[in-house]
Design a protein around this ligand. Structure first.
Ligand code: AMP
Length: 254
């Protein structure tokens, strides 16, 4: 039986942008800054599309939670090969305080509603670096999880997943329904072609609110401050190895 797959796609500041902290230290500057799909989510969409190409998946549903602009990444997901998109609208002000538990609750609800067999999320969003949502979705649904996947292979009605672990690889088998989170080496996401981008513009995007799904998005935390990383101090040049050793000795480093 082919799987119904749900992928989570988050709109984040593009990985190549140098992020700046707002002068009042409440967050980072997002106005007029290039945004893109979270890179690990591109990998999630790609994996879902590959499963569909192998006839292991029947339908791909992309979900994004966020303000109106979240639709941009849903269009990209549709252009890459997702069949259907759901935008869970969270106004900008509320979105500032949306945490992984809120997103996980939303995705868990939608996964049930859409009779999903496999949820594929990124291992982490590159803006908040939380690395929590996939694990929470699995816990909320009481489904098995295979995180940090570098290979996903359908096997005997379940999945064999290779996981990237410290210094090596771990292979696990999970039964469906399940949650998988993607690591960098899982695949190389395709670029959406122009004809597919045009076609994606015509595909409908379903709109929902957290309230429609019965999910409370009241903030659970308050951001106290956001700081720039400390500026690296300039080093000094030495003339010779002897000089270097002398200086290190003087500084009590050797
Ligand atoms: P995080 O736990 O915040 O590091 O995010 C892990 C993964 O959860 C991301 O790579 C996405 O697949 C998914 N995710 C997080 N936030 C959102 C969001 N606002 N909309 C859709 N998916 C999300």
């Amino acid at each position: 039986m082919a799987m119904r797959v749900m992928v989570g796609v988050k709109r984040v500041i593009d990985y190549a942008v140098r992020v700046r902290v707002k002068s009042d230290r409440t967050g980072v500057v997002t106005d007029n800054v290039k945004h893109s799909m979270n890179p690990f989510d591109e990998i999630a969409v790609e994996e879902a599309v590959r499963l569909k190409e192998k006839k292991a998946a029947s339908e791909i549903v992309a979900v994004s939670c966020g303000p109106t602009q979240a639709q941009e990444v849903l269009r990209t997901a549709l252009a890459m090969g997702a069949d259907k998109a759901i935008h869970v609208e969270v106004p900008a002000k509320e979105y500032e305080n949306l945490s992984p538990i809120h997103v996980a609750n939303i995705i868990a609800k939608l996964a049930k509603e859409e009779k999903i067999d496999l949820v594929i999320l990124g291992k982490q969003a590159i803006d908040d670096d939380c690395n929590q949502t996939g694990q929470m979705v699995a816990a909320l649904l009481n489904w098995p999880q295979a995180t940090f996947a570098s290979e996903v292979a359908p096997e005997n009605g379940g999945l064999k997943v290779t996981r990237e672990i410290d210094g090596g690889l771990e292979v696990v088998k999970v039964k469906l329904p399940a949650v998988v989170t993607t690591d960098l080496r899982l695949n190389q996401p395709r670029y959406a072609t122009l004809p597919n981008i045009m076609k994606a513009k015509k595909k409908p995007i379903d709109k929902k609110t957290p309230a429609d799904l019965g999910v409370d998005v009241a903030p659970r935390q308050e951001i106290v401050s956001v700081e720039e990383p400390p500026v690296r101090k300039a080093g000094s040049k030495v003339e010779s190895v002897e000089d270097l050793v002398k200086k290190l000795k003087e500084a009590g480093r050797i």
